[in-house]
Design a protein around this ligand. Structure first.
Ligand SMILES: CC(C)[C@H](C(=O)O)[C@@H](O)C(=O)O
Ligand code: SF4
Length: 471
């Protein structure tokens, strides 16, 4: 055993879940504590089980929700799109047949898979969490080892509650200092991705640490871990602390009484040891960060809002130059245009990156007493029904509606074009989601990734803006 060697947080969680260590090039076999399921990546996995005559080994560690394909208006009506309807109906049939708990559309606990896990207290420090979904990295905000898997792996986990896997490399992302007012977790992660690139994290689990990370709320930590995958990483993690414990305490699936005390004692050991060595380290100065927006077609093509659309001719690296040219042509942007002058048609506030209650509060704060600019539509889509309910209890829905925004039911919505909430060809959005790929929000749609504060200010001014611009 190597237990005396100083270890990183990621190594500790990995080792605690290794059922069998692989010899040589063989993968390790990991035990999985929590398996989240949605309608898009599960049908073939359940088919595979059926064909092999297998059961779900641990239905009690498996939970499903409907999120990608659900409409966010008129949810009592049948889903109009036949592909979406079939996916949702198939999930319902599979969950019934295999005894898996499902939160269907309209249910009080329904929502985006990465919003409901933490909200129910299912996601806990030190766990291994998987889902057939790349943004499973969100759950790493709790000090869990959480990562997306493919459909054949979903089947493997359903059947055995284990997964063969080679250890990830470790990268520390140190963010020290203090974020200025108006600078959010979304700006931090967009700056990280712009710095290391969309492939910079490949093969790594990123551990975000430093004083700026420690000062963040759980919701903000989830925003950061959520987008680890956009840097190419397998997972993102943050060591659990008092903020984590306070968030979890009293949640439906959190341990209680003496079990709670024992769990917290154990969770406190989930920190990278003094002297542990990461395979790579990156440093970011929190004080120097400002609101960040993307101008291109991958999440790494971002800049501070105060800057201008870059000139590809000034980019030395040939591949990057070519990518920038292509992106600007798709985005219909001219080099040198101040980012603040870019006009948008639509603002989307939502997704598993920024669809939680604090995100809605931050945006409502900006919109209070203001109006969405003429000709701009704003969709506000809570990440879960619980978030929706909490927002309504605080009167946030009124703030959004009074400002002229639309107040929707919970789901992935305009984060991706799998449901009716889409951009029309050529339409431009400011979006709090995580991907700005070509066609991501609808064929021909153009996406600028932004924070909830920038989204709200942009809705008011009609051009990419931060709340400072509203005074
Ligand atoms: C549909 C699903 C497999 C996909 C993912 O893996 O992330 C989606 O959630 C996304 O954000 O692109
Ligand atoms: S909200 Fe977007 S990123 Fe998150 S799971 Fe849904 S589609 Fe994927």
């Amino acid at each position: 055993m190597t237990t005396t060697r100083p270890r990183t947080l990621a190594e500790k969680v990995w080792e605690a879940h290794t059922v069998r260590r692989g010899e040589g090039a063989e993968p390790d076999l990991l035990y999985i504590d929590l398996h989240l399921v949605h309608e898009v990546t599960s049908p073939q996995a359940f088919d595979g089980l059926r064909l092999a005559g297998r059961k779900v080994r641990r239905p009690d560690l498996t939970i499903a929700t409907e999120d990608h394909n659900v409409p966010t208006v008129d949810i009592e009506l049948p889903i109009a799109d036949p592909v979406s309807r079939t996916q949702v109906e198939t999930l319902r049939k599979n969950c019934k047949e295999f005894g898996v708990r499902l939160h269907p559309m309209g249910d009080a606990e329904q929502g985006i898979v990465h919003v409901i896990g933490p909200q129910l207290g299912l996601t806990q420090p030190g766990m291994t969490v998987v889902c057939g979904d790349s943004h499973t990295s969100t759950h790493g905000a709790f000090g869990a080892m959480a990562f997306g898997i493919g459909t054949s792996e979903v089947e493997h986990v359903l059947a055995t509650q284990t997964l063969p896997l080679r250890p990830f490399k470790t990268m520390a992302i140190n963010v020290d200092g203090r974020l200025r007012p108006g600078v959010t977790a979304k700006d931090v992660i967009l700056a990280v991705i712009a710095k290391i690139g969309t492939g910079g994290g490949q093969g790594y689990v990123l551990e975000y640490r430093g004083s700026a990370i420690e000062a963040l709320s759980m919701e903000a930590r989830m925003t950061i871990c959520n987008m680890s995958i956009e840097a190419g990483a397998r997972a993102g993690m943050i060591a659990p602390d008092e903020t984590t414990f306070a968030y979890l305490k009293g949640r439906p699936h959190a341990p209680q009484g003496a079990d709670w005390d024992a769990a917290v004692e154990n969770w406190k050991s989930l920190r990278t040891d003094e002297g542990a060595v990461f395979d790579a380290e990156v440093h970011l100065d929190a004080d120097s960060l400002t609101p960040f927006v993307t101008w291109g077609t991958n999440p790494g093509q971002g800049l501070p809002l105060s800057e201008s659309v870059p000139d590809p001719e000034q980019i030395a690296d040939e591949t990057e130059r070519f990518a920038a040219e292509k992106a600007l042509s798709y985005m219909d942007l001219k080099p040198g245009t101040p980012l603040r002058d870019i006009k948008v048609d639509t603002v989307f506030l939502g997704s598993c990156t920024n669809g939680r209650i604090e995100d809605l509060r931050a945006a409502a704060d900006v919109l209070q007493g203001r109006k969405v600019a003429e000709g701009v539509r704003m969709l506000v889509v809570p990440g879960s029904m619980r978030v929706r309910q909490a927002a309504e209890a605080e009167g946030l829905d009124k703030v959004f509606l009074d400002a002229g925004a639309e107040w929707r039911q919970a789901g992935c919505s305009m984060c991706l074009g799998m449901n009716p909430d889409q951009l029309a060809p050529g339409e431009r959005s400011a979006s709090t989601s995580n991907r700005n790929f070509e066609g991501r929000q609808g064929k021909g749609g153009r996406t600028h990734l932004v924070s909830p504060l920038v989204a709200a200010a942009t809705a008011v001014r009609g051009t990419l803006s931060s709340p400072e611009d509203l005074n």
